[in-house]
Design a protein around this ligand. Structure first.
Ligand SMILES: Nc1nc2c(ncn2[C@@H]2O[C@H](COP(=O)(O)OP(=O)(O)OP(=O)(O)O)[C@@H](O)[C@H]2O)c(=O)[nH]1
Length: 397
């Protein structure tokens, strides 16, 4: 039986689409509104499917804004609109600071409920006791000569917007990933609507919806084609890349030497650290497109049939890896811990170790025509490099 959580995103999407369609027929909504709504709904559904709660929540906020403006007849005043835009931007930025999880989990649903309660509560307060707050102006830097002139009078919504932008920058520095950069972009676009007023709103919401869809697709691409540990393209990406090759190319197989020993001596975490270090150097100096083929094995594909050039690049890469003193952050638990495993944890942090690689290189030609044959020849060359003492590059004859 299909679990419930797999059913409700398409059902929700279906209702959103039907609602759009009905609205289109009955109210003659402009195509631009339908486009913005459709894109936001797609970003929401994709965010749910890929457990990208940051994208899904931002899309949900956008859907709420669009639904309010198009279906529920909400028409905020000139003082209200900037406030809601700035509050929306702050919420997007705060969500950008969180870690991705499923929006259908307990914490994800709690987040959605909190956002809904916040919107309802603030709407109620603005309609009742606190509407004057929107028009209030402060001079937070009064008395400070230069800063005071720069900041001038500040509204509540200004404060919210600056806090939103600062939080979005913080989220980008914290996560250093494309989703947080994308959400910073969404915040910048909201700032455009904030300063541009109601006329820019539809254009901005469409642009943000499109941005969220692209971010969701990029997330899906990375899930499929990027190696999670090292961040470089995976074996699946390698298979795809082969489809783009012409007649002349070289393939190198790179294998870390005595990696089992490194794992046993220093623990799996240090092994992972070494894999990341080696992967980044292969990607940088390998002279072609680098992929993690599996385990401690990498593949570099070089276009053009110049084996000498390929060999020079690989030789330089090998030297760079061998010369790099890798600082052990904190020693993990060795596999063969023996006695007290706890004692060994946390030791060795700050110590430096070095890893070396062996490389087998082969190029396309009369002997090896298909990529599989070239890879096989590179594998045999790698075997020779290992037998000859490791930490070297061998070329297929
Ligand atoms: N830390 C870590 N280890 C891995 C990973 N994938 C594979 N390994 C380890 O890589 C090791 C591969 O060992 P071997 O194939 O025997 O090769 P080796 O010790 O490098 O020996 P040579 O290739 O002959 O120099 C095994 O111990 C695997 O457990 C990973 O993602 N992380």
């Amino acid at each position: 039986m299909i679990p419930l959580r797999h059913i409700w995103p398409p059902v929700l999407l279906f209702f959103v689409v039907v609602a759009q369609w009905q609205q289109w027929l009955s109210l003659d909504l402009p195509l631009s509104t339908l486009l913005a709504g459709g894109l936001a709904a797609s970003a929401f559904a994709l965010g749910i499917f890929f457990k990208a709660s940051r994208i899904a929540t931002a899309a949900l906020l956008l859907l709420l804004l669009l639904s309010g403006l198009s279906y529920w007849g909400w028409s905020p005043s000139e003082a209200e609109l900037p406030f809601w835009l700035a509050l929306g931007a702050l919420n997007v930025a705060l969500v950008a600071l969180t870690r991705d999880r499923s929006l259908l989990s307990f914490s994800g649903l709690t987040l959605v409920l909190l956002l809904a309660a916040q919107a309802a509560g603030i709407h109620y307060l603005l309609g009742g006791c606190c509407g004057d707050l929107l028009a209030a102006r402060w001079s937070p830097a009064a008395g400070l000569p230069v800063v005071g002139t720069l900041l001038g009078d500040t509204r509540l919504s200004d404060l919210l917007l600056w806090s939103a932008l600062a939080s979005a920058v913080l989220a980008t520095l914290w996560h250093r990933d494309q989703v947080s950069i994308g959400l910073l972009g969404a915040n910048a676009l909201l700032a455009v609507a904030y300063f541009g007023g109601g006329q820019t709103l539809l254009l901005v919401t469409t642009a943000i919806s499109l941005l969220l869809v692209l971010l969701a697709l990029r997330t899906a691409y990375d899930l499929a084609f990027r190696d999670e540990l090292t961040g470089i393209p995976s074996r699946r990406a390698y298979s795809r890349y082969l489809l783009t090759l012409g007649r002349n190319y070289s393939i190198a197989v790179v294998d870390i030497d005595h990696f089992k020993k490194l794992n046993d001596r220093h623990g799996h975490q240090v092994g992972d650290q070494a894999l990341r270090m080696v992967a980044s150097r292969i990607a940088r100096y390998g002279g072609g497109r680098a992929f993690r083929y599996g385990g401690e094995e990498f593949v570099v594909v070089m276009r053009g049939g110049d084996p000498q050039r390929a060999e020079r690049a690989l030789e330089r890469m090998r030297e760079k890896i061998a010369a790099y003193p890798m600082k052990i952050r904190a020693m993990g638990r060795p596999k063969k811990a023996g006695g007290n495993a706890r004692k060994s944890r946390g030791q060795g942090g700050g110590r430096k170790i070095r890893a070396t690689v062996s490389v087998g290189l082969a190029s396309s030609g009369p002997k090896a025509r298909s990529p599989d044959q070239v890879l096989e020849a590179a594998d045999r060359a790698l075997y020779r490099a290992k037998r000859a003492g490791r930490n070297r590059v061998c070329t297929a004859s």
